[in-house]
Design a protein around this ligand. Structure first.
Ligand code: XMP
Length: 527
C-alpha cells in the first residue's frame, strides 16, 4: 500500500472541455459563483486570486471571474491578481472587489467608500451589451460594498447604474472585460444567473458540455485506469455521498469493489436495511455489514458529555472499520465521498484558495494511517451535483434526497445517556416527524428535520392518570449551506399531527416541543 493521499491531493480530477476559473479574493460567495456557472453546464473551479498566468494558461479557461472580497484596494497588502491576466485576451468578469481591482489595474480611479452600501436596489440599464442580453431596462440587484468606481476612464463604457452607484456595470472598450459592482451570484439578484449565463455563453463562447452523463463516463474510465486489477474498499454510511461513490465505483470496477457498512446501532429506522438492499441485492457488491451496535452502546454507557460521545464513537468506528478492512486482504484503495466544498475549505487543492476554517466535522471519518491510497471521485462536485450524479447512476430518490445525518448518529440527538430503550423511543418519534413531513409534501422543502430526545421528564395527564415522562423536541431547518440556518416555519397543522402522533403512539413521551432557534446562535444538532 502506498501513501494515503497519493494521487488525490491537489489533483484536478477531471478534464472538462470547457472551464471557467473564479479567482477568489476571499469572498463569502465564491462557491455560489461557481455553482451558478455550473448551472450553465460549464465546469467552474475556484482558484487562488494570485494564480500565476502560466498556470492559468495551462488550465486553459474560457473565462475568468474575479470574485468579491472583504478588502479595500487601498489596504496595505490588498490582494491583487497577476497583472498579466488582463493581457491574456481571455474574457474577464470582475464582481465587486473584483471590479475594483480590474478597473484600477486598467487605469480607472476607485473612490474610497464613505459608507457601506448594503442590500437590494434597483439598477437601470444604460447601454446594450451581450452581458445584459435578454434583460429588460430595470433589474433588482444586491449590493455590498464600500469603495466604488464613480467615473470610469475613457476606455470603459457604463452599462448600468443605480441611484447610489453611477457605474454599477461597465464594459471595457477594446478588451472582453466586464465588471459588476453588484453580486449576480446571490438569489437577491433575481436575474443574476442570467447575467452569469450570458457571460459564460455569449462572451466566453462556452457551449455547456459539463453534464453528469459525460462526467460518469470520464470518471469510469479514469477509475478503471487507476485501479487496474486491484481492489477498492468503500465505507458506506447510508448517506448520499458514500452511496454515490459506491454506485459509481460499482459501475467502473464491479466485483473489485468491497463495501463496508458499520451498523453502530445509532441509525434511523430502516437505514441499515436500505443499505443491504441497495448494495447487497441490487448492486450485488461484496458487502460487509458489521453489526457493532453492542460494542458502540457498551462503550457509550454512562457517557453524557457531547464531546465525549463523539470521541468514543469516532474511536470505536475506526477500530471496527480497521478490523473489517483487514479481513479484505488484497484491498489497495479506499474510496471516499469528499466533495468540492470540503476540498476548498481544507485548502487541499494546490490551485485552490488558501486554507480557511475547516467547517465540516469529521467524526465518522477515517484516519490517514489506515494506509490506503485514496480515491475521491466526487472531489470536483457540489452536493447538488453529487445528487444529480446519484440520479444518473440509478440510486432511488429516497436515498439521494435523504436529509444529512451526522456521523455520531442518534447519539447526539439522544441527550443524556444513550441507552437502547431511549434510542427506540427516539427512533419512533423521528420516524413520525419524517413521515408527517413527507405526507405534507414538505420533506424536500426543509434541508434537515429530526426528533431529539431530551434528558428531561415532565408531568402530564393521560386518562385519569398523572404521567411523568420524557420530552421530545422537533428540529426542522431551512439552509443553503448548513453554516447558517433558519428554523422552518412549519404549518401548525403539521406540527399538530406530529405532536399528536408522538404522544399517542410513542410510549414514554408525554410532551412535544418545537425548536424555534436559528443558527447561529444555536447549532442544527443539539449536541
Ligand atoms: P451543526 O449542528 O454544527 O451541524 O449546526 C451542521 C451540519 O453538520 C452535521 N453534523 C455532523 N456531520 N459528523 C457529521 O458527519 C458530525 O459529527 C456532525 N455533527 C453535525 C449536522 O447534522 C448538520 O447537517
Amino acid at each position: 500500500m502506498s501513501s494515503p493521499t497519493a494521487g488525490s491531493a491537489g489533483a484536478v480530477s477531471s478534464t472538462p472541455e470547457e472551464r471557467v476559473l473564479v479567482l477568489d479574493f476571499g469572498s463569502q460567495t465564491a462557491q455560489l459563483i461557481a455553482r451558478r456557472v455550473r448551472e450553465q453546464n460549464v465546469f467552474c473551479q475556484i482558484v487562488r486570486h494570485d494564480l500565476s498566468v502560466d498556470r492559468i494558461r495551462e488550465l486553459a479557461p474560457k473565462g475568468l471571474i474575479l470574485s468579491g472580497g472583504p478588502a479595500s484596494v487601498y489596504d496595505a497588502g490588498a490582494p491583487a491578481p497577476d497583472p498579466r491576466i488582463f493581457e491574456l485576451g481571455i474574457p474577464i468578469l470582475g464582481i465587486c472587489y473584483g471590479m475594483q481591482v480590474t478597473c484600477r489595474a486598467l487605469g480607472t480611479e476607485v473612490s474610497p467608500g464613505t459608507h457601506r452600501e448594503f442590500g437590494r436596489t434597483s439598477c437601470t440599464l444604460k447601454t446594450a451589451s451581450p452581458l445584459f442580453a435578454g434583460v429588460g431596462g430595470e433589474m433588482t440587484v444586491w449590493m455590498s460594498h464600500g469603495d466604488q468606481v464613480k467615473n470610469p476612464a475613457e476606455n470603459w463604457v457604463i452599462l448600468a447604474a443605480t441611484a447610489d452607484c453611477p457605474a454599477a456595470a461597465v464594459q471595457h472598450k477594446s478588451a472582453p472585460i466586464y465588471c459588476l459592482q453588484f453580486h449576480p451570484e446571490v438569489t437577491h439578484t433575481p436575474l443574476g444567473g442570467k447575467l452569469l449565463g450570458n457571460f459564460v455563453r455569449e462572451i466566453c463562447g462556452c457551449r455547456g458540455t459539463w453534464k453528469m452523463s459525460s462526467f460518469i463516463s470520464q470518471q469510469v474510465e479514469r477509475i478503471r485506469e487507476r485501479v487496474g486489477k486491484r481492489r477498492v474498499i468503500c465505507g458506506l454510511s447510508g448517506g448520499v455521498d458514500s452511496s454515490v461513490v459506491a454506485a459509481l465505483l460499482y459501475q467502473a470496477i464491479g466485483d473489485q469493489l468491497s463495501c463496508i457498512f458499520v451498523d453502530n446501532g445509532l441509525l434511523r429506522t430502516g437505514e441499515s436495511d436500505e443499505v443491504r438492499r441497495r448494495f447487497g441485492e441490487h448492486f450485488r457488491t461484496d458487502l460487509h455489514v458489521v453489526d457493532a451496535s453492542r460494542q458502540f452502546l457498551g462503550e457509550l454507557k454512562g457517557v453524557v458529555d457531547p464531546q465525549a460521545k463523539r470521541k468514543t464513537i469516532g474511536r470505536v468506528f475506526i477500530d471496527v472499520f480497521r478490523a473489517e478492512a483487514k479481513s479484505i486482504p488484497d484491498a489497495h484503495f479506499l474510496a471516499q465521498g469528499t466533495l468540492y466544498p470540503d476540498v476548498i475549505e481544507s485548502g487541499a487543492n494546490v490551485d485552490g484558495p488558501a486554507a480557511t476554517i475547516k467547517h465540516h466535522h469529521n467524526v465518522g471519518g477515517l484516519p490517514a494511517e489506515l494506509g490506503f491510497e485514496l480515491i475521491e471521485p466526487l472531489r470536483d462536485l457540489f452536493k447538488d451535483e453529487a445528487r444529480a450524479l446519484g440520479e444518473e447512476l440509478g440510486l432511488p430518490e429516497e436515498m439521494i434526497w435523504r436529509h444529512p445525518f451526522p456521523g455520531p448518529g442518534l447519539a447526539v440527538r439522544c441527550l443524556g445517556e444513550v441507552r437502547q430503550e431511549r434510542l427506540e423511543v427516539l427512533r419512533k418519534a423521528d420516524t413520525i416527524v419524517i413521515e408527517e413531513l413527507r405526507k405534507a409534501g414538505l420533506y424536500r422543502q426543509v434541508q434537515q428535520a429530526f426528533a431529539v430526545l431530551l434528558p428531561v421528564q415532565s408531568v402530564g395527564v393521560m386518562g385519569d392518570y398523572r404521567t411523568y415522562d420524557e420530552v421530545v423536541a422537533i428540529r426542522a431547518v431551512t439552509t443553503e449551506d448548513f453554516m447558517t440556518a433558519d428554523w422552518a416555519h412549519l404549518p401548525y397543522e403539521v406540527l399538530e399531527s406530529i405532536s399528536t402522533r408522538i404522544t399517542n403512539s410513542v410510549r414514554g413521551v408525554n410532551r412535544v416541543v418545537y425548536d424555534i432557534s436559528s443558527k447561529p446562535p444555536s447549532t442544527i444538532e443539539w449536541e
